[in-house]
Design a protein around this ligand. Structure first.
Ligand SMILES: Nc1ncnc2c1ncn2[C@@H]1O[C@H](COP(=O)(O)OP(=O)(O)OP(=O)(O)O)[C@@H](O)[C@H]1O
Ligand SMILES: [Mg+2]
Length: 353
C-alpha cells in the first residue's frame, strides 16, 4: 500500500496496513500521473471531500457524533480540538484506516470528488493511495533504504522499470523538500535520517503514489522548531497541488498553515462533534462560536510565539452542553510560559490546569 504509514506505537489503530497487491479498482489509475498543477479558476479540482452525518463508534462507545464538513481541494484544513475529541478518528475515516480497528464502525457518508468512499466497490488499499496519511511519529520502513522507502508503495502497484522508480523517487523527494539532503545517500537506511528528515521521507512516500489528499495527524508534534518550520513550509508548497488535512494541537500552527479550520470538541458523553468550521482567518479573528475568546497573536512564523491551550479549557466548560457558553465561563487568554516554544506547544489533557 501506499500510504505514508507512520505509526504511533502506542495506538493499535495506527499500525501500518498490510502491504498487499492492489486490485485494479476504479477509483484511481495504478500508474502515477505527472504532478498536478493548480487548477484554473472555476475548474473542478480533485481532492474535494464531503462528509455528511458522520458517526463513528468503537464498539458501543460513540467517538464522533454527527459531523458534517466540506474539505476544499488545494487548501489546508486544520482540525483542532481537545485531546480525545475524535480528531484522529475523524482523519482515519477519510481513508478508511478505521477499518483496521475491528470494533470501529462508521455511519454517514464521505464522498471524495463525488465518489462514496464507503461503497463496497471501493478498494480501501487503492483509496489509501489517493488519500495518503502521515502520522505523528515518522515511521520509515526500518529495513529499507531511503530510495526504497519512497517507492515502496509504487512497487506494489505493478511493474516499474528501475529508471522509472528512480525518477519517481527523485521527484517525490524533491517535492518533499528532502532531495538535496539525501541525494548522495539514497542507499542509506531510512532510519538513519533525523526525525524531521524521516517525516519528510514519509511525506515523499505518500507523494510517490500521486495522492489527491494528504492526511497529517500532528505531523510536527515530535519535531523541534526548525524541523517543524520545514514541515510547515512544505505544507504551504504542497497545498498548490494537494488537499491537505492536518490535525494539530498547536493553535499557532493551525493559524499559520491552514486556509480552513474545523474546531471539534466533545460532550459529556465524550462523543466528539464539530463546533465550528470556516476560513481560518474568520475562525481565529471573528469566531461565531466558543472560540470567540481564543486569540492568536500573529499567525506568522516565527513571530507568533503567543499560543493558547484555551480550547482545552473551552472543552471543559463545554462538557455536558452543546449550546454556546456565556463568555464569563471562558477564562481569559493565558499567556505562554517562558518554556513555550512556537511550533512545539501542545495542548493535552495533562496541560489542563
Ligand atoms: N482503537 C480504539 N478503541 C476504542 N476507543 C478508541 C480507539 N481509538 C480511539 N478511541 C477513543 O475514541 C475517542 C477519540 O479518540 P481520538 O484518538 O480520535 O482522539 P484525538 O482527538 O485524536 O485525541 P488526541 O488529541 O489525544 O490525539 C477517545 O475517547 C478514544 O479513547
Ligand atoms: Mg489524535
Amino acid at each position: 500500500m501506499v500510504t505514508t504509514m507512520t505509526e504511533s506505537p502506542a495506538s493499535p489503530v495506527e499500525q501500518p496496513a498490510p502491504l498487499s497487491a492492489v486490485d485494479p479498482v476504479a477509483i484511481r489509475p495504478t500508474v502515477p500521473a505527472p504532478a498536478r498543477t493548480v487548477p484554473e479558476e472555476g475548474a473542478a479540482a480533485a481532492g474535494a471531500i464531503e462528509v455528511r452525518g458522520l458517526n463513528v463508534f468503537y464498539g458501543a462507545f460513540q467517538a464522533i457524533h454527527d459531523i458534517s464538513l466540506t474539505i476544499r481541494p488545494n487548501a489546508v484544513t486544520a482540525i483542532i480540538g481537545p485531546s480525545g475529541c475524535g480528531k484522529s478518528t475523524f482523519l482515519r475515516t477519510l481513508n478508511r484506516m478505521h477499518e483496521l480497528t475491528p470494533t470501529a464502525r462508521v455511519e454517514g457518508s464521505i464522498r471524495l470528488d463525488g465518489t462514496d468512499i464507503m461503497a463496497p466497490e471501493v478498494d480501501p488499499v487503492q483509496l489509501r493511495r489517493v488519500v495518503g496519511m502521515v502520522f505523528q511519529r515518522p515511521n520509515p520502513f526500518p529495513t529499507m533504504s531511503i530510495h526504497d522507502n519512497v517507492v515502496a508503495g509504487l512497487r506494489l502497484t505493478g511493474r516499474h522499470s528501475p529508471a522509472e522508480l528512480d525518477e519517481v523517487a527523485e521527484r517525490s523527494l524533491r517535492r518533499a523538500a528532502l532531495w538535496d539532503e539525501v541525494k548522495d545517500k539514497l542507499k542509506a537506511n531510512g532510519t538513519s535520517l533525523s526525525g524531521g528528515q524521516q517525516q519528510r521521507l514519509c511525506i515523499a512516500r505518500a507523494l510517490a503514489v500521486d495522492p489527491e489528499v494528504i492526511l497529517m495527524d500532528e505531523p510536527a508534534s515530535a519535531l523541534d522548531p526548525v524541523a517543524t518550520l520545514r514541515i510547515e513550509q512544505l505544507m504551504a508548497e504542497l497545498r498548490q497541488s494537494y488537499t491537505i488535512v492536518i490535525v494539530t494541537h498547536n493553535m499557532q500552527q493551525a493559524a499559520r498553515v491552514s486556509d480552513e479550520t474545523a474546531f471539534f470538541t466533545m460532550g459529556e458523553d465524550r462523543a466528539g462533534y464539530l463546533v465550528e468550521t470556516g476560513r481560518t482567518i474568520d475562525i481565529f479573528t471573528n469566531p461565531k462560536n466558543q472560540l470567540r475568546r481564543v486569540r492568536v497573536s500573529t499567525p506568522r512564523w516565527p513571530r507568533s510565539r503567543t499560543t493558547s491551550c484555551e480550547w482545552a479549557r473551552l472543552s471543559r466548560t463545554q462538557s455536558g452542553r452543546r449550546s454556546r457558553p456565556s463568555s464569563s465561563t471562558i477564562p481569559a487568554l493565558r499567556r505562554p510560559s517562558s518554556s513555550t516554544i512556537a511550533g512545539s506547544t501542545r495542548c493535552s489533557a495533562t496541560s489542563r490546569p
